[in-house]
Design a protein around this ligand. Structure first.
Ligand code: TXA
Ligand code: MG
Length: 344
């Protein structure tokens, strides 16, 4: 057991946290997407501790976070020319680029690969912390492996209390889902994980962008973060994909059947659907309007954790499309459903 200190993310705490990182310690910190679990990316022992604290398999590579574009040559080499174009539009922000690994980056970070995932977060606390540490920071989401990503300091503590030195509490993450991962080591840019930067905007910037969980850089293997069961609650979750009307019909029928059989139902649904269940004893986490997927993304993980903690027998969720951030929501709910997806 390590005593985990939770500090408000002010200037003094950021300096304290930076010294913990420089000394090889682990600090969870807010980013605009989700909380990250940081360690000095150039210190293999510190990086090893991330995997131990999370229970993360060593084959799953980490994202290296930088404070500034001028630090990019510290971790990559010979990167493609489109990087500056992308960086000008998307950094700092929720875009992670998979690039050729620079020699200073330990293989522990990249899980033995010759590529490294890099991102410059926009959250002021994240940037101040990385700048103060003066070293690139490796940081996966600050949850136990396979769990739902944390969007608050309390979520981090629920998973990692006693396993890390410090949590910087910067309030709720605003975006709520992880960064977009784009593989630029392949001949054609390939989307490995939809996230805060939309596929549409990447296509506007780059032209052709492939969509796939199979990166050329992994020799055709599925990138580890794209393992099917990930971001998963303990409760069995079923996801419905289709038009709003068809999903609503499915949800009400399935919920009724479960309730009639004495099962406790949790619902992860947009505000528009809530009235449909007025006469049914179900546990609802309203996510916000389906017309505003940005709000749904911001609330998604907290709602999933809250519902899961109340231990219903089943969680039913519905999709809100695949345009913009909705693609990332669909992706995370699909993983949480672990194959239990109903197309209506
Ligand atoms: O928003 C985010 O990206 C958050 C915050 C903390 O920055 N971080 C995050 O990290 O979500 P993590 O470890 O939970 O997800 C990293 C993803 C995984 O899917 C991993 O497989 C992929 O990035 N990845 C990392 N390095 C890679 C590489 N060299 N090639 C392909 N995929 C890589
Ligand atoms: Mg993660």
């Amino acid at each position: 057991m390590i005593p985990t200190r939770t500090l408000p993310a002010d200037a003094t705490s950021i300096m304290t946290a930076a010294s913990v990182l420089v000394a090889g310690g682990l600090v969870a910190f807010p980013t605009e997407t989700v909380y990250g679990l940081g360690a000095d990316a150039l210190n293999p022992d510190a990086v090893g501790r991330i995997f131990a604290a999370k229970g993360r398999p060593a084959e799953d590579p980490l994202i290296v976070h930088l404070a500034d574009l001028t630090d990019l040559p510290r971790v990559t080499q010979g990167f493609p020319s489109c990087v500056s174009h992308l960086a000008a539009h998307c950094w700092p922000g929720p875009l992670t680029l998979v690039l050729p690994r620079g020699p200073a980056v330990p293989y522990r970070v990249t899980a033995g690969r010759e590529t490294v995932a890099v991102r410059i977060p926009s959250h002021p606390v994240a940037r101040a912390l990385i700048a103060a540490a003066g070293t690139p920071i490796a940081a996966p989401s600050a949850n136990r492996f396979g769990h739902t990503s944390p969007t608050t300091a309390a979520h981090v503590l629920a998973d990692l209390d006693g396993r890390i030195e410090m949590v910087l509490d910067g309030g709720s993450a605003t975006l709520g889902v992880e960064s977009t991962v784009l593989d630029l080591s392949a001949p054609i840019p390939t989307l490995l994980r939809p996230g805060g930067v939309s596929l549409e905007s990447l296509r506007d910037l780059l032209g052709e962008v492939l969509v796939g969980g199979r990166a050329a850089s992994t020799g055709g293997q599925i990138a580890p973060g794209l393992l099917d069961r990930h971001y998963a609650p303990d409760t069995t979750l079923h996801l419905c994909i289709g038009t709003a009307a068809a999903c609503q019909t499915w949800l009400t029928e399935v919920a009724r059947t479960h309730v009639a059989a004495g099962r406790r139902v949790g619902l992860l649904i947009p505000d528009e659907d809530v009235a449909l269940f007025a006469d049914l004893a179900v546990d609802i986490e309203p996510l916000g309007s389906a017309r505003d997927p940005g709000i749904i993304a911001a609330r998604l993980y907290a709602a999933l954790r809250a519902l899961d903690a109340r231990q219903p027998d089943v969680i039913l969720a519905r999709d809100v499309g695949d345009v913009g951030i909705a693609r990332a929501i669909r992706d995370r709910l699909t993983r949480a459903a672990d194959g239990r997806v109903e197309m209506v």
